[in-house]
Design a protein around this ligand. Sequence first.
Ligand code: 13P
Length: 252
Amino acid sequence: MRKPIIAGNWKMFKTRDEAIAFIYKVSEAMPSIKEVDTVICAQAPMMRCLIKRQGENLRIGAQNLYYEDEGAFTGEVSGSLLNSYNVEYVIIGHSERRNYFNETDEMVNKKIKAALRNDLRPIVCVGEHLEERENNLTNQVLTTQIKGAFEGISAIEMEQIVIAYEPIWAIGTGKTATSEQANESCGYIRELVRELYGSIVADGIRIQYGGSVKPENIDELLAKEHIDGALIGGASLDPDKFIAMANAATKK
Ligand code: 13P
């Protein structure tokens, strides 16, 4: 009943021309938006030219936003600007933002609120470091991140949210979590949402897995009960791979 969502996170890759060539190739090959949501999250300056060419079934997202709507914040990008360009999704709290740019759960929470008041759909990333998994702290870390992220967010607002479970040790390492590990953690997140918001929200919220997803492993991951899609880094840069992964979700 939950519509799958396949999102590419291009991170800091591709020039304008490379991005346009990609969009021309994939936009016609995307599955119907009635069956699967597909999104490409690109660097902010190239979003406008991608939105113009996105076609019917592909959406463009941002990788970050600032939590104020305007002001003297040199170099930041506002939710109000993203909204004015018809950007639909925004990744919030990616582990690279948390690790390299010191984003805290409190900032993630403010950014989610900024996204929601600007009609953007947040893709909220959570996930543990390798040492945390090895010390059986995964659930504790997820609990802190989820409670921190959604502090003060209402059940109605939760309908706009997508959660991405991205174990940090699986990002860009080629080391995918097993489908069982990924499903277990996505299921744990769903139970946390159930505790906080009840069953209607928990059963409706979409939870993606991210971390070395590729055409070769996406079927097995999407076959799992609690995995409703994927947030894909490296493999989303290749148009043929992105088309294959988007279409794999039609079997969910
Ligand atoms: P990779 O797919 O390159 O491991 O990256 C995952 C990710 O960080 C998506 O946000």
